[in-house]
Write a protein that binds this ligand. Structure first.
Ligand SMILES: O=C(O)CCC(=O)C(=O)O
Ligand SMILES: [Fe+2]
Length: 240
């Protein structure tokens, strides 16, 4: 199947359908399976008021618990999460470069005129367009069974406005991408399928987003995931 072309959903938010090859998806599924075992096993995150998230989450680099990052997983088993691997950071840089196009490079190379540039670099702030210097140091890996969902939220526990790179594998879902001001409209509903890349940075870095629904049975077992949906988001914590 020929994937749809990249689409800008909101300023700085780009959906790239079918970005990962099947091999890359398999590799990511294997890696996520290993991380799910430990040193800090995958779990349903417990929220401060006692609610339990329907997705299961495991982290690498830094451990996320609502609403902060720590080196040790105090809310699970007190251990340090796995290191953030270099190959994943490389994948993140390639993702940014592919999502935002050659804009930043073309601009610095020839002083402003660009060739196949789709988006306006000036509007996006310094971090969105520097794929080469992107240094993600944490990844949150979420597993959704057929019933799981995620409410509208902002990714705002990072002390950096560098873009978030999101990769999806397995069952497709309805991904709702909104605006930085409110949980409600305006938002755009996007179907994220296996292999899709979604990047949000610049003016959309702190936009509300969520997953109202997963579509069971829509994934390709050849990814290594026979049911459910895997989502991996890389971020720059800005912590040290
Ligand atoms: O599953 C997704 O596509 C989004 C996950 C997400 O928003 C998050 O982990 O913060
Ligand atoms: Fe999020």
């Amino acid at each position: 199947m020929i994937p749809l072309p990249p689409r800008e959903i909101a300023p700085g938010a780009v959906h790239v359908p079918g970005w990962l090859t099947l091999d890359e998806q398999r590799h990511l599924v294997d890696a996520c399976r290993a991380w799910a075992q430990g040193p800090v096993p995958i779990r349903h995150t417990v929220l401060p008021r006692g609610g339990v998230m329907s997705v299961q989450t495991v982290c690498v680099g830094w451990h996320w618990q609502p609403y902060r990052y720590t080196r040790l997983a105090h809310d699970v088993n007190g251990r340090q999460v796995a290191d953030f691997p270099g190959w994943l950071a490389d994948l993140g840089r390639r993702a940014l470069s592919d999502a935002y196009g050659p804009a930043a490079r073309a601009e610095s190379a020839d002083g402003g005129s660009t060739t196949s540039q789709q988006y306006e670099p000036a509007a996006y702030g310094p971090n969105a367009y520097e794929p080469d210097t992107y240094e993600p140091d944490t990844a949150l890996i979420n597993f959704y069974d057929g019933e799981a969902k995620m409410g509208m939220h902002q990714d705002k526990d990072e002390k950096s406005d560098a873009p978030v790179v999101s990769l999806s594998i397995g069952d497709a879902c309805l991904f709702r991408f909104g605006n930085p001001e409110t949980r409600g409209r305006p938002y755009t509903d996007v179907r994220l399928a296996s292999g899709d890349l979604f990047v949000f940075g610049g003016p959309s870095r702190f936009a509300y987003h969520g997953v109202p629904k997963v579509y069971p049975g829509t994934g390709d077992p050849a990814t290594g995931l026979t049911s459910g949906r895997l989502n991996l988001t890389m971020r720059v914590t800005g912590l040290r």
